[in-house]
Ligand binder design. Structure first.
Ligand code: PGA
Length: 247
C-alpha cells in the first residue's frame, strides 16, 4: 500500500499560514506513492479544500451525532460537503482534555465510515502505562473498544504513544514497530484477513530527521504529524520519506 502521511495542525494556523504553506508546497516536487492529507482547524477546511495539489483534506474531529441541536459540533456530512476524505478520531488530546470515551470514538468512526470518509482512529498508552510495561494490553483493549461495531473498510489506525506527542521524544523505531505488530495482530484477530489491509500509522514527534528510519519498519504504513506539519517543507520531507520507505 502507498504510505499515508497526515498533517494534524491542531489549533494552529491562520489564513496567512495557509497561503504561505500553499505557496511553498506548489514549489516542491510532486510526490508519488504517498497519500498526503492536511487536517486544518475546522473553520479553515473550506480554504484548504482544493488549494493544495496532491493533498487530500481531513478534519481533526467530528460529532458523534448525525445532526440536530448540538451547538458547536460539526457532522460527518458537513465534512464531506467541504471535500474531506479523512477525519481523525479519538486523538489523545480529545480523550484527555475533552473526556472523549472509547464508546464515543467507536460511534464517530461508524458515522465517518458510513459517510464514506476514512476514519483515522487514534490509540496510545501513557508514560505510566509504558513504565509499568502495560502498553500492549492497554493499547489492544483501547483499540478493540474504540472499534466496537466499526467496519474495516475505510479504517486507518494511528498509534500515538501519549508520551511522545509534542514532547520531542519519539518512540524508537523498535518500540514503534513492536507496537504496530501488536496492533496488526489485534486487527487481524478482530477482522480476520481483511485486518491485514488496514493502514497503521505512527504519530508522536515525527520530524524529517527521524521519519526515514520509522518508515523502514515493515508495519509502519505512514505517520500522523503534528508540529512538523506546520511547515510545508518539513511536511513534504516526511511525506517524501514515506514514499521512499514504501518503494
Ligand atoms: P507531534 O503531534 O508530531 O507534534 O508530536 C502528533 C499528534 O499529536 O498527532
Amino acid at each position: 500500500m502507498a504510505g499515508l502521511v497526515i498533517a494534524n495542525w491542531k489549533m494552529h494556523g491562520s489564513l496567512e499560514l495557509i497561503a504561505e504553506f500553499s505557496k511553498e508546497w506548489r514549489a516542491l516536487p510532486r510526490l508519488t506513492d504517498v497519500n498526503a492529507v492536511l487536517c486544518p482547524p475546522a473553520p479553515y477546511l473550506a480554504s484548504v479544500s482544493g488549494a493544495l495539489e496532491g493533498v487530500a483534506l481531513g478534519a481533526q474531529n467530528c460529532a458523534d451525532r448525525i445532526e440536530g441541536a448540538f451547538t458547536g459540533e460539526v457532522s460527518v456530512q458537513m465534512l464531506s460537503d467541504l471535500g474531506c476524505g479523512y477525519v481523525i478520531i479519538g486523538h489523545s488530546e480529545r480523550r484527555a482534555l475533552y473526556n472523549e470515551t472509547d464508546a464515543q470514538v467507536a460511534v464517530k468512526a461508524q458515522l465517518a465510515i458510513a459517510q464514506g470518509l476514512q476514519a483515522v482512529v487514534c490509540v496510545g498508552e501513557t508514560l505510566a502505562h509504558r513504565d509499568a510495561d502495560q502498553q500492549d494490553k492497554v493499547v489492544t483493549e483501547q483499540l478493540l473498544r474504540s472499534l466496537a461495531e466499526v467496519p474495516c473498510e475505510n479504517l486507518v489506525v494511528a498509534y500515538e504513544p501519549v508520551w511522545a506527542i509534542g514532547t520531542g521524544r519519539t518512540a524508537t523505531p523498535a518500540q514503534a514497530e513492536a507496537m504496530h505488530g501488536v496492533i496488526r495482530e489485534c486487527l487481524q484477530g478482530h477482522f480476520g484477513e481483511a485486518g491485514a489491509g488496514i493502514p497503521v500509522i505512527y504519530g508522536g514527534s515525527v520530524k524529517p530527521e527521524n521519519a526515514g528510519v520509522l518508515f523502514e519498519c515493515d508495519n509502519i504504513d505512514g505517520a500522523l504529524v503534528g508540529g512538523a506539519s506546520l511547515n510545508a517543507n518539513s511536511f513534504w520531507q516526511i511525506a517524501s520519506a514515506a514514499s521512499a520507505g514504501r518503494a
